[in-house]
Design a protein around this ligand. Sequence first.
Ligand code: GAP
Length: 451
Amino acid sequence: MSEVSLETIVSLAKRRGFVFPSSDIYGGLAGFYDYGPYGTQLAKNIRDLWWQHFVEKVPNIHGLDSAIIQNPKLWEASGHVAGFNDPLVDCKNCQARHRADHLAGVDSTDLKKLDELIKDKPCPKCGQKGHFTEARTYNMMMKTYVGPVEDNENVAYLRPETAGSIFTNFELVRETTRAKIPFGIAQIGKAFRNEISPRDFIFRTRELEQMEMQYFVDPKNETEEYENLRKFNWNFCIEAMGFDEANLQWHEHTEDERAHYARAAHDIQFKFPFGFKELWGTHNRSDFDLTAHGKASGKELNYFDPETEKSYVPFVMESSVGVGRIFLAALVDSYAEEDVEGEKRVVLRINPKLAPVNVAILPLMKKPELAGKAKEIYTMLNQSTNLRIEYDETGSIGKRYRRQDEIGTPKAVTVDFDTLENDDVTIRDRDTMEQKRVKITDLAKELSNDS
Ligand code: GAP
C-alpha cells in the first residue's frame, strides 16, 4: 500500500503536466485548479469509464447534460438556498476564517456542540487559543446575475451539485425514454461550492466536477435498491478503477452528519495521504426531491405504475463522486517508488485503461535513421489501433523511460539499430521493466492485447 505524501503527489502532478494551480502566473486562486495535458486525458478516461459502467452498459440508466445555471426556484425548492450550509468561525485575534467542524475534527453541523469542542483549540493561522467567535452557518452557493441588471430579481446560482436538474428533468426523461421504474438518470458536469477552506489539493475545491446518478425506485424496495447501489459503487472502485481494496472503507453517516435531503448515507472513504476521507457518496434521498419540486412547480412528479395502476412518488437512490477526488485517489493508489540499481524509480502503476498514454514510441537515439523508422511505427499504430500513443526522442533513453514511468505509460516500444536489420522492436513493461523482442508486423496486436 502506498504511503505517499500529498506534497509528493502535488509535485508530480505539476512536474508531469497532470494538474496546475489555476492562473499560476498570477499566484493561483485558492480552490481552483487547471488540468494539464496528461491530467486532462486521465480525467477524460475516468469520466469515460464511469459513463460506460453507469450509462452505456446499463439498459435502464439514461444520460443527461443540463445547464449549469438553472431557474433559481430549483435551489429554493431543493433546500440549498436555506440549508446548504457549513459551520463557520472567525479567529478574533487574526481574523482568519475556519470551518468549525474541521477544527473540531468531527462531521457535525450542531453549532453548540462545535463551540464546545473548539473553545480551547488554537487557531491554525495565529496559534492563539480560545479566540473563536460563536459558530454560525454560511451558505456555500455561488451567486451570479443573469442579464445586465445586478439586483435581487436577477440572482442565479451556479449549481452546487449536478443532481438538481436530474430531478427537474425526471418527467421529460421518463416520457422520452418510456422508462419504467426502476430507472436512473446520470450526469457528469461542473458544480461550484464556495468552500470556506478549500484544501488538500484537488480533494476540496470551489469548482468541482461530479459524476452523479439518481436511481428512481419503488419506495417499498428502498433498502434492497440502496444496498445494490452501494455494492455497485464499491465494485466500480475495485474492478473498473483497479483500486487496492486496502485503501477503501465504508463510513455510515450519523444523523448529525447527513445532508438535509438524506434519509441514509454511506461514504466510500479512500486512504488519502491525510487519512481516510470521503471519496464517494451513496444516499437514500427518499421522495424528498420529487415531492419538493412537485410542490414548488405545481407539477406533480408522480409515477403511474401500469401494473398496479397506482401512482406514487418514487424514492431516489443517489450515487455521487467527484472527478477530481477520484483522480487524486487514482494518483495516490498507483504511486510507487522503488530502488533500481541504486537509483530511485517513481512509477504510476495506474490501470492501463486509465493511463493517459498507452504506448510510448522511443528511438534509442536521436539519429535520423532510427527516428524515421520510429515515426513510421508511430503512424502505423496510430492508424491501425485505438491506442493513445506518444512519440519521444528528446533526452537519454533512461530518462525517457523514467518520464513515461511517472506518467504511468504501461508499454514503451524502443526502436534500435537491430530494428533496421530485423524489423523487430523491444517492448518494455512499465511494472516489471522486462523487455521482449517483437516483430513490427505483430506489434499492433501485441500492444492492443495488453491495453
Ligand atoms: N448530490 C449529492 C452531493 O453532492 P456531496 O457529498 O456533497 O453530495 C458528493 O458530494 C461527492 O462530490 C463527494 O463524495 C466528493 O467526491 C465530491 N465533492 C463534494 N464536494 C467537493 C469539493 N468541494 N471538491 C471536490 N469534490 C467534492
